[in-house]
Design a protein around this ligand. Structure first.
Ligand code: TXE
Length: 495
């Protein structure tokens, strides 16, 4: 067997082995075989990376790089990602099982985050305040926080890295990135571009390993000012608890159980496509998956028929092939988790109208493939309607009218995204206002942009990524007071 490709930590501009010399095998989800190994980092590696980032934040070149120049460096980094997009896409497909068709488009788009936030770097202005005190000049400046830790999941490693890294860098912070132990390769490949972009050593560091080992050590490190986390709600809650003891700033982008609501006045063909893209794209492994399809009773049966017809055409196969529409599940635990929900759905009494098991295609037997699955007769109280499955498993829930749709839509602990399919502007606006979720898509689904804020309500998270205000998640405001009085007045009273 060919030797596995070995990646090292990237700390202070250098490639280094993990202190304990332990490694994690990285698998190709299509072949089910390991192809690379990444460091199994520990607390010592966390300390090395954070110390490098802290040094780069407090001394050396970075503190003297002005905001305009930071923007220029980020644009260079964006250009380098674009120039290397095919290579990065191929690594992600191999390591993660994402479709080449999706990764080609994603890598073409990722540079935009670096361009947008690079452009924003020198547009963050403080204010001079009309202060109510005599002989006083008061103004604000917005400063970076220091060392930021970016913890990313396995479902879209490079896109989610961009969402965190671009605003953090634009604000002037230094960063330690910890990708998922299942999919670290693409982040290591990406960080090779940092030196060529001219970004000083220590400003961007990448370390890999398990969440409960190096992940917890990073979050707990006393020199870390902020943690930005994307992942599951259980791990996110743990990160929040650990960060609390150091009073660190935290952004969390967690799970979802998003309602995709189809009203009887919709354009049915478009809504069917929207339902499919909401749950089967990326093999359902997205936080924004429209995993609860709420369909108005009057069109329920016709809609489900059309949905099944289209879903049956989904081509499952090798994610490298541009023809493939549904790829493998990325990790073995995730594969098992999805399969376990097929049993749960049966116990709960949902009716399986498509799929409902692992793939029976012999050509896919080595990979982690599950069939696109649709359940009808789902009540919103069932576990398949309440819990994030994170796979191509759709629960169809009928509703009577607008109030009923909103009631079901909001009756979950999550609030990440939602879809509304209607031709009525009045209804679109009304329902959008009433849904408790950070994103509402009307007559579309699964659209994201560097321009538009993204983040959850309720237990889907804290803070926003993308959009102008995301940079503020990586900054703090200082108020500076200057007295122009000739004499200091009575020192025993507050001024
Ligand atoms: O994710 P984890 P898992 C959901 C989805 C999935 C479930 C579990 O429902 O089935 O989460 O997936 C790091 N301190 N999402 O277990 O554990 C970990 O190493 C610090 C939704 O694979 O959340 C990895 O880098 N770090 C989701 C990252 O957190 C810790 C995307 C995410 O892993 C840590 C992925 C700790 N205590 C899964 N524990 C989304 N929102 O898009 C783990 N990590």
């Amino acid at each position: 067997m060919a030797a596995l490709k070995r990646y090292q930590h990237y700390i202070n501009g250098e490639w280094v082995d993990p202190s304990n010399d332990e490694w994690i095998e990285s698998y190709n989800p299509y072949s089910g075989k390991p192809w690379a190994e990444v460091p199994r980092g520990d607390a010592a590696d966390a300390d090395r990376a954070v110390s490098a980032a802290f040094k780069a934040y407090t001394s050396g070149d970075w503190p003297n790089v002005g905001a305009t120049e930071r923007g220029a460096l980020m644009r260079k980094l964006g250009d380098l990602i674009a120039a290397n997009s095919q290579k990065l896409a191929a690594i992600e497909v191999q390591d993660n099982g994402k479709l080449m068709a999706e990764m080609g488009a994603q890598l073409g788009y990722i540079p935009q985050w670096y361009y947008y936030f690079g452009g924003l770097a020198d547009k963050i202005e403080g204010s001079v305040l009309p202060i109510d005190k005599p002989d006083t000049f008061n103004f604000t400046v917005h400063e970076p926080l220091g060392v930021c830790v970016a913890i990313t999941p396995w479902n879209s490693p490079l896109l989610i890295t961009a969402w965190k890294l671009a605003p953090a860098l634009a604000a002037g912070n230094t960063v330690v990135i910890k990708p998922s132990e299942y999919t670290s390769a693409s982040t290591f490949e990406f960080v090779k571009l940092v030196e060529e972009a001219g970004i000083p050593p220590g400003v961007i560091n990448v370390v890999s390993g398990y969440g409960n080992e190096i992940g917890e050590a990073l979050v707990a490190h006393e020199k870390v000012a902020k943690v930005s986390f994307t992942g599951g709600t259980v791990s996110g809650t743990r990160v929040y608890e650990n960060a609390a003891s150091g009073l660190k700033k935290v952004s969390l982008e967690l799970g979802g159980k998003s309602p995709n609501i189809v009203f009887d006045d919709c354009e049915i063909d478009n809504a069917v496509k929207g339902a499919i893209s909401g749950i089967f794209a990326a093999t359902g492994q997205t936080c924004i998956a429209g995993s609860r399809l709420l369909v108005q009773e009057s069109i329920h049966d016709e809609f489900v028929d059309r949905l099944i017809t289209l879903a049956k055409t989904a081509k499952m196969g090798d994610p490298m092939s541009i023809e493939t529409q549904v790829g493998p599940v990325t990790t073995p635990p995730q594969y098992k988790k999805i399969l376990s929900y097929f049993d749960i759905a049966k116990e709960d009494g949902a009716e399986c109208v498509l799929g409902g098991s692992k793939s029976d295609d012999p050509s896919l037997e080595h990979g982690w493939f599950v069939q696109p699955t649709i359940y009808t007769g789902v009540r919103n109280s069932m576990r398949i309607a309440q819990e994030e499955i994170f796979g191509p498993v759709l629960s169809v829930i009928p509703f009577k009218d607008d109030d009923h749709a909103v009631e079901i839509a909001n009756d979950v602990v999550y609030g990440l995204a939602s879809g509304v399919w209607t031709q009525s502007i009045r209804r679109a606006l009304e329902i959008s206002k009433r849904i408790q979720a950070g994103t509402v898509w009307v007559n579309t689904y699964r659209a994201v942009s560097f321009v538009s804020p993204f983040g959850g309500f309720k237990r889907s998270g804290l803070g926003k990524e993308s959009g102008q205000h995301a940079i503020r998640e990586y900054m703090q405001t200082k108020s500076i007071w200057i007295s122009t009085a000739e004499e200091v007045p009575n020192p025993f009273i507050i001024r």
